[in-house]
Design a protein around this ligand. Structure first.
Ligand code: NAD
Length: 301
């Protein structure tokens, strides 16, 4: 098997992912684009191919169809509706769950046995449905989860403290949505606890800015896509490079039979294992609230 990635849904998110894959030294050898809008993917493939003369690596790029999924290592689904200003991610649930049923079945009919990488919202629900519709083991199903929220958190703290975001060891966990939260008791800058730098009021303001970032961006430019594109590349590289990297993805929670954002070790098999998070009482309550929101949404489908 080549390092082949198929993107289903080549709108803002799918194409930001594709463009970021091409610009970073990913070891993707083949990239296939699938969308309802056939003309668009032909145009997108042409446009990306024209980058190759100046790209850091070679890559075969084409517009394709579901038969291309058969020998793919990763199928990323970014198809579906995004939020209008004022809409929550959960408001998309009915439209996007219908779309997912047909997409996942078509992918599985090709004989696919790689890793699904899900970007469509409401993220944890779409990841769960991908697992259900595909019948694949849960380690082969990864949602982008709170990887984007974690990236936003690290950027905001790093900017505030004038420290490289890579040295901010803080995570957003739970639902990729309004009930997500930051377990501050585990957050540090280098080796020093974050509370040595920022007080509770400042931390809460940062949390709200992270939680509401998508609303703010959508209000201003209609959609968010570069950030998630980079997160999808980060997860792709962890898979294809067999990195055993820890990323906050949406992964299976056996106790609750849901997918939810937690730090997990990612390698060539998908999710190797979740990383234990030691939560205090208040954080446990927040985590439980997030679990309830996801369970409730699944029940309503
Ligand atoms: P978009 O409208 O730009 O693109 C969606 C694409 O999906 C379109 O090209 C459309 O033709 C295609 N599509 C729809 N139904 C399809 C089907 N059945 N088969 C194949 N293709 C189909 O939307 P976008 O801005 O790219 O957002 C896509 C999704 O990503 C949304 O649900 C959005 O909320 C989500 N999103 C997630 C994150 C995250 O952190 N996970 C961040 C931003 C956006």
């Amino acid at each position: 098997m080549n390092n082949k990635v198929v993107i289903i849904g080549c709108g803002n998110v799918g194409m930001s992912y594709a463009y970021a894959l091409l610009n970073q030294r990913s070891n993707v050898q083949e990239l296939v684009l699938i969308d309802l809008n056939k003309d668009r993917i032909i145009g997108e493939a042409m446009d990306l191919n024209h980058c190759l003369a100046f790209a850091p690596t070679r890559m075969q790029i084409k517009a394709g169809d579901y038969s291309d999924c058969r020998d793919a290592k990763i199928v990323c689904i970014a198809a579906g509706t995004n939020q209008n200003p004022g809409e929550t991610r959960m408001d998309l649930i009915h439209k996007n769950s219908k779309i997912f049923e047909s997409i996942v079945k078509e992918v599985m009919n090709s004989g696919f046995n790689g890793i699904f990488l899900v970007a469509t919202n409401p993220l944890d629900i779409m990841t769960y449905l991908t697992w259900k519709y595909s019948g694949l083991p849960h380690n082969q199903i990864i949602g982008s989860g709170t990887s984007l929220d974690t990236a936003r958190l690290r950027y905001i703290i790093g900017d505030r403290l004038k420290v490289n975001p890579k040295n901010i060891h803080a995570y957003v966990i739970g639902e990729h949505g309004d009930s997500e939260f930051v377990p501050w008791s585990n957050a540090s800058v280098g080796l020093q606890n974050i509370k040595d730098f920022l007080n509770d009021e400042e931390l809460n303001k940062i949390y709200i800015d992270v939680r509401d970032a998508a609303y703010d961006i959508i209000e201003r430019k209609g959609a968010t896509f570069y950030g998630i594109g980079m997160c999808l590349v980060r997860i792709t590289n962890a898979i294809l490079g067999d990195e055993n990297s820890i990323i906050t993805v949406s992964t299976y929670d056996k106790d609750n039979n849901i997918f939810i954002g937690l730090p997990a070790v990612i390698n060539v098999n998908g999710v190797r294992e979740k990383v234990y998070v030691n939560l205090n009482e208040e954080e446990e309550e927040k985590f439980q609230k997030s679990i309830d929101v996801i369970k409730d949404a699944i029940r309503k489908i």
